[in-house]
Design a protein around this ligand. Structure first.
Ligand SMILES: Cc1ncc(COP(=O)(O)O)c(C=O)c1O
Length: 357
């Protein structure tokens, strides 16, 4: 049975996008691809408020997250960790053979500007990683305030994962001084998985030029020289690039301000619905994500059973991630979702558990 996805990625994909993916194939060294690539990267630059390079990688997000480490970490990296994906990024940094330290926050807490300042003030680091929206815990860290701190450390590469937030709110990459901003497309962009977008500032490209062992597949300089020709180093997922082209058109038709307000409204709606039924938010106050809501299982529901029954009714529901599985649950409200989608899920939840009415 096809299930409607309320998990935090992949999320439902609009039929227009699926239709765009059925566009007849072209060769990536043909002028038709260069036109498509140029249009898509120009559209992404507008969305990201940047004139930095924007690259398209055929990979899930972690491919480029690893690539960023290989390209941008010279002496030592500070990995800020407040959930499963940022923990994993630290592990990946070490697996790449880089020197790195993890600065950990309890799950449910955001990365704080104070902690970033304290870590970088030691002068030990030439790079830092953080995840803007920790999808495992539903926590959104204060990127603007952290970016303010980063201005004090211009020699430190500011590497940010916006996998589950980019396009749901304004993230002006250049104004924030982000050197490499990375996001897969199966979450806030509501595309099928397989494409990852990343940016590179001039500073990032300069750093990469001095680093050995960048490898090939995610070499930022290979991406830059191919980007000069509106192309990619190796064969791209062309169908997904068509999908992105269509999605950028759809975003522009919705209007960015409208898209951002829709996400704020959906977040408020889900939080309100859950609060009125006695559920508390898992994230610390003021740090709840705008694209998914992670709630504590304060009513001690059998979440595995609820997930199973929702599955039988045609809904994919998430009963928590990693060490907070069963203790929390997450509802996605990202991508193209609307209030009526959420109402469908809530109605199905009430049908299974009438005391949630
Ligand atoms: C914030 C964040 N970063 C990274 C990833 C990993 O992405 P991928 O599975 O596309 O490599 C995820 C996946 O859920 C995520 O939510």
């Amino acid at each position: 049975m096809t299930k409607k996805l309320f998990i935090p990625g992949p999320v439902p994909v609009h039929p227009d996008i699926l239709a765009a993916m059925a566009t007849p194939m072209i060769g990536h060294r043909m002028k038709e691809y260069a036109e498509l690539h140029g249009r898509v990267t120009a559209g992404l630059k507008k969305l990201l408020f940047t004139e930095d390079r924007v690259f398209l990688a055929t990979s899930s997000a972690f491919g480029v997250m690893e690539g960023a480490i290989r390209n941008l970490v010279g002496t030592r990296c500070a990995n800020f960790c407040n959930g499963a994906f940022s923990d994993k990024w630290h592990d990946v940094t070490l697996r790449c053979g880089k020197q790195a330290d993890a600065f950990r926050f309890d799950w449910g807490r955001p990365v704080t500007p104070e902690a970033v300042d304290k870590a970088l003030a030691t002068g030990m680091y030439d790079s830092m990683t953080m995840i803007h929206n920790e999808t495992s815990t539903g926590v959104m860290s204060p990127l603007t305030e952290i970016a303010e701190v980063m201005r004090k450390y211009p020699e430190v590469m500011f590497i940010v994962d916006t996998v589950s937030s980019m396009s749901a709110l304004k993230i002006p990459v250049t104004e924030l001084g982000i050197d490499s901003c990375i996001f897969g497309v199966q979450k806030a962009f509501a595309l099928p998985p397989g494409l990852t977008v990343f940016t590179a500032s001039e500073k990032a490209l300069k750093r990469a030029a001095g680093i050995e062992g960048r490898g090939y597949y995610f070499d930022y300089l290979e991406f830059a020289s191919n980007d000069d020709k509106n192309n990619t180093p190796s064969t791209p997922c062309i169908s997904l690039v068509y999908a992105m082209d269509r999605q950028l058109e759809r975003m522009s038709a919705e209007g960015l301000e409208n898209r951002w307000s829709r996400h704020r409204e959906l977040a408020d709606y889900v939080r309100g619905w859950l609060a009125s039924r006695g559920f508390e938010l898992f994230p610390e106050s003021g740090s709840a994500s705008l694209t998914l809501t992670c709630a504590r299982n304060t009513r001690n529901i059998d979440l595995a059973e609820l997930k199973k029954q929702l599955g039988n009714s045609g809904f994919a529901f998430d009963d928590g991630y990693g060490k907070i599985k069963g203790k929390t649950f997450r509802i996605a409200h990202m991508g193209d979702m609307t209030r009526s989608d959420l109402d469908e899920l809530f109605a199905a939840m009430v049908a299974i558990m009438p005391d949630l009415a």
